[in-house]
Design a protein around this ligand. Structure first.
Ligand code: 5GP
Ligand code: ZN
Length: 136
């Protein structure tokens, strides 16, 4: 889908901090993370949301989500993990390409669950290195 932001990220037309990639799936840091390490996991094929994504694609994506959830928990020294999918604007979906949010949580930070942070300097690179190290 030429005008889809996440298809452009898959094609390399828009840069991203990649956490994981295989033939079917890509994971990269959210540009405005709720917490550092907030990652988006997407199928490389374009499907709009959970209603329209084929079972096989969804299953492959979710297997990656689970692996990454563990790596993000360990790599970011988190105490918990949110795994969420927003479907349709009323539920907060802004980008119309299925994506699963993985958000690390730390004890006591629940009040800040709506915050949007920014990465400074090399912080994004350091973050993906921590997660990748925990994936091995
Ligand atoms: P939604 O609200 O659709 O579930 O989530 C879309 C997410 O995409 C948001 O959390 C937003 O911060 C993230 N996002 C929007 N534009 C970009 C971008 O250009 N690069 C990256 N890495 N994330 C983006
Ligand atoms: Zn797309």
């Amino acid at each position: 889908m030429p005008e889809c932001l996440f298809c452009k990220i898959i094609a390399g037309e828009i840069p991203s901090y990649k956490v994981y990639e295989d033939a079917d799936t890509l994971a990269f840091l959210d540009i405005n993370p709720n917490n550092y390490g907030h990652t988006l996991v997407i199928p490389k094929d374009h499907f709009e949301n959970i209603y329209t994504t084929p079972d096989e694609t969804l299953c492959k994506t979710m297997i990656v989500v689970r692996k990454l959830a563990t790596a993000i928990r360990n790599g970011m020294e988190a105490d918990g993990i949110n795994v969420t999918i927003n479907n349709e604007p009323a539920a907060g979906q802004v980008v119309d390409h299925l994506h699963i949010h993985i958000i690390p949580r730390h004890e006591g930070d629940w009040e800040t669950k709506s915050q949007h942070l920014k990465y400074k300097d090399d912080q994004a690179i350091e973050t993906i290195e921590k997660i990748k190290a925990a994936l091995q």
